[in-house]
Design a protein around this ligand. Structure first.
Ligand SMILES: [Ca+2]
Ligand SMILES: [Ca+2]
Ligand SMILES: [Ca+2]
Ligand SMILES: [Ca+2]
Length: 429
């Protein structure tokens, strides 16, 4: 049904839906030439020898974000899928539900989770959510962005995955991304928030679940993602900011007390960068960065040298329209591999289908870039609903092989692709 819907829309409408679904609100600035195209909606591999066939589960009206964490205190990793807001033409019911999948690993099911819906306190546009113990009671809380109100909100967990409103804090213009970490090393989990529309980053410090802004960073136009790690090896957590308009990553080093200073070196990435992740891609103990560039269908790999400086970005090709990305060492060669979600148009005789897939790019010591050509996989069996919004790698079905979770907003599903082949490591050994 969704497939037919998209086929009947004209190209302009499809493009509008693409950007509304991503939550990036880039409708007015994007032309059709911005959208990568593919000649076929069929990925090179549907499931094959790497993953079991796709299995899909209902996940709210507009599933976008996946957050993993132990939400009911049984030491098992649960899944929270956020459905941030109503979208014209896609979702017609109230905004902002979250679907909770509680882990029941004693089940022999291939997806040992039971689902329930968490209704929002208010129908905010929640663009991002993260989980951590923010109140220091060993229970995993949530912080969500109330993006249309320029606020963030703490949802406090009672220990049984019941969440209560613990108050909001007003930040900059259009807060769209959140990360957590302990910026001042006092063992309380702090926050960093990306305020897209006034080109600022809010640094927040936590005192027993009460957040206050300790610093506001002025950054290059249209910040869209942040990543944190210790870039200079002095045991405090530093920051990288990805700015979409200037296609640039800027590094900010931490003083140790949670005050960040901009480094003069910046790093140019590809066109229309969307996502950025940090990790040690080559397992040399220096933290690195990777950026997905939607506009030119590349990934920028930015290797750190451990001093707070990075090498010039290395560009590798990927499938059309890379957006969200995650990393793990699937093939156990002590080099991290990338899984990327893609969204693209397939045009045939005047109509266009928005679709997508995901790709696996494995490390290869014999290649000049260190990586092989990506292999694409179907994220869904529904070609009209196959564009991933978010990805997560975890050991979902308890067979010690890495699995993949994918949100599919057009299908209103979360998809599980159970790994068959790779035992894998989520970080360097
Ligand atoms: Ca702290
Ligand atoms: Ca540092
Ligand atoms: Ca490295
Ligand atoms: Ca590898």
């Amino acid at each position: 049904m969704i497939n037919k819907c998209f086929l009947s829309l004209n190209l302009r409408m499809v493009i509008l839906l693409l950007f509304v679904s991503s939550g990036t609100l880039s409708v007015v600035t994007c032309s059709s030439s911005d959208i990568p195209t593919e000649s076929s909606a069929v990925p090179s591999i549907v499931s094959g020898t790497v993953f079991e066939s796709v299995v899909e589960y209902d996940a709210g009206e507009n599933p976008l974000g996946i957050t993993l964490g132990d939400l009911n205190g049984d030491n098992k990793n649960d899944i929270l899928v956020t459905s941030p807001r109503k979208q014209d033409g896609i979702s017609t019911t109230a905004d902002g539900s979250m679907t909770l999948f509680l882990n029941n690993s004693s089940s022999t099911s291939s997806f040992p989770f039971s689902s329930s819906t968490i209704s929002p306190v208010t129908a905010d546009w929640r663009q991002d959510v993260i989980s951590a113990d923010f109140t220091g009671d060993n229970k995993t809380d949530l912080v969500v962005t109330q993006t249309d109100q320029d606020k963030i909100k703490l949802l406090r967990n009672d220990g049984n995955a019941n969440f209560t409103d613990n108050g909001s804090l007003t930040l900059g213009d259009v807060p769209i991304k959140l990360i957590s970490g302990d910026w001042n090393s006092d063992n309380q989990i702090d926050l960093i928030v990306v305020n897209r529309d006034n080109s600022s980053i809010s640094i927040l410090q936590n005192s027993n679940g009460v957040f206050s802004v300790s610093q506001t960073l002025s950054v290059s136009e249209h910040p869209i993602q942040v990543a944190s790690a210790d870039w200079d090896g002095d045991n405090d957590t530093d920051l990288a900011v990805l700015s979409k308009e200037s296609t640039m990553v800027q590094i900010w080093l931490n003083s140790g007390s949670g005050i960040f200073s901009a480094q003069s070196n910046t790093y140019t990435v590809g066109s229309l960068p969307i996502d950025m992740i940090s990790g040690d891609w080559n397992c040399d103990s220096n933290q690195d960065l990777a950026v997905s560039n939607f506009g030119d269908s590349t990934l920028s790999l930015i290797y750190g040298n451990g001093t707070g400086n990075f090498d010039s970005p290395l560009t590798i090709s990927t499938r059309s329209g890379p957006r969200t990305m995650v990393a793990a060492d699937f093939d156990n060669d002590s080099k991290m591999d990338f899984v990327v979600g893609h969204k693209f148009l397939v045009s045939t005789s005047g109509s266009a289908l928005i679709t997508g897939d995901f790709s696996l790019t494995l490390s290869d010591n014999g290649s000049s870039t260190g990586y092989v050509t990506p292999v694409s996989f179907a994220a869904s069996l529904d070609k009209g609903g196959a564009a991933p919004a978010d990805l997560a790698i975890s050991y979902v079905d308890n067979d010690s092989k890495l699995d993949l979770l994918i949100t599919l907003p057009f299908s209103k599903k979360i998809a599980l692709l159970s790994g068959k082949q790779y035992y894998g490591n989520l970080s360097c050994p």
